[in-house]
Design a protein. Structure first.
Length: 352
């Protein structure tokens, strides 16, 4: 039996009133007053923002969004760009599969949809890099479809509002259903953005600002005074560790780089030439046997980097000599090469 409070209409009204007065103004967003006077969202700009905001905060993603829009003002210009240019502009945002899928998706929209984004959640879901959350968000924001938009922020808000006892991730379906009971069929675009804003700015992970929250009177966790006990989570597994080495080889003008294989972690990005990443660190002599040239290598330092599924320790070796064949990146223009953050860190250690 469903014995939840029948408060969905009141929750909708409270959230939308709060959003009308206090929602964030973001460069890709249409404010309610503009939407009411007929301004419509640009699906390309919204799609770019939603892909960039997966696993990334608004302040970090916004300059990237601006750079992309300036260089690729339309989905066709993005589709026509060399993939390497897309990866280079993306460098530093992380989760590089997003950039490869972004480019692939743009090409599909150019080639199979006449350059127009499909106008429904179901059709959007078929495109690479667009999962349930992103499809629901674009369909609601750009096409007014009454979808149920649930990301990590919304999961947190709903689990507190309803004091969901099931831990995440198993609680996902339960939280989706609870969120769906509240989502607004009348103002889907504003509601989607409102609940995202509530999670991002008020119902924050550590210090929820319950005094400013439009849902305070309805919130089970607030009533019990245990807001930060939610969402419940399964105990975290300790991240496994991997070890590797990279080789910072320069002739004083340029740096030797290599390209990672297309598939897999950091696929198609640039890197300092290096070794495989292993569970147990071998001796230095074993690392050096894999160097791109037999030289007098000096150990420059160790870089630590945390990926989603493991922690990596990379020993950086450096040497100066004539460069062997490969990608020679001018030292002053490294930003024009698609180096992921871990390799930028390694290059800084090598250069120091
Ligand atoms: S009252 Fe507090 S815990 Fe409850 S939804 Fe609002 S901000 Fe989150």
């Amino acid at each position: 039996m469903n014995n939840r409070p029948h408060d969905a209409p009141a929750l909708r009204v409270a959230l939308l009133d709060w959003y009308d007065a206090s929602g964030r103004t973001l460069p890709w967003r249409i404010r309610p007053e503009d939407r009411a006077s007929g301004v419509v969202a640009n699906p390309y700009a919204v799609w770019l923002s939603e892909i960039m905001l997966q696993q990334t905060t608004v302040p970090h993603a916004t300059p990237y969004w601006e750079k992309f829009l300036a260089e690729f003002p339309t989905v066709e210009t993005l589709a026509d760009a060399p993939r390497d240019r897309v990866l280079t502009l993306w460098a530093g945002l992380g989760y590089y599969a997003r950039a490869r899928n972004l480019h692939k998706c743009a090409q599909i929209i150019r080639d199979e949809h006449d350059g127009v984004f499909p106008g429904s959640e179901a059709a959007l879901l078929k495109l690479p890099g667009i999962g349930p959350y992103t499809a629901a968000a674009i369909a609601a924001i750009c096409y007014g479809e009454a979808t149920n938009v649930v990301d990590g922020n919304v999961e947190r808000v709903i689990s507190r509002l309803r004091a969901v006892q099931t831990p995440l991730p198993p609680a996902k379906a339960e939280i989706n259903a609870l969120a769906g009971e509240i989502a607004s069929p009348e103002r889907p675009a504003d509601y989607a953005q409102a609940i995202m804003d509530l999670g991002a700015t008020i119902c924050r992970p550590k210090n929820p600002d319950c005094e400013a929250c439009p849902w305070q009177a309805h919130c089970a966790a607030y009533t019990a005074g245990n807001m930060t006990d939610y969402p419940k989570k399964l105990p975290k597994k300790k991240l496994p560790t991997r070890y590797g080495a990279v080789f910072y080889l320069t002739d004083g003008e340029a740096l030797l780089l290599a390209r990672r294989p297309d598939k897999g972690l950091l696929g198609a990005m640039m890197e300092l030439p290096g070794t495989p990443w292993l569970v147990v660190a071998p001796d230095a002599a074993d690392w050096l046997s894999l160097a791109p040239a037999k030289l007098n290598w000096e150990e420059a330092g160790i870089v630590e980097h945390v990926f989603t599924h493991f922690r990596l320790f990379l020993t950086v070796y450096r040497a100066q000599s004539e460069l062997p064949e490969g990608i020679h990146a001018p030292l002053h223009d490294l930003k024009d090469f698609a180096l992921p953050s871990v390799m930028v860190k390694a290059a800084m250690v090598g250069k120091a």
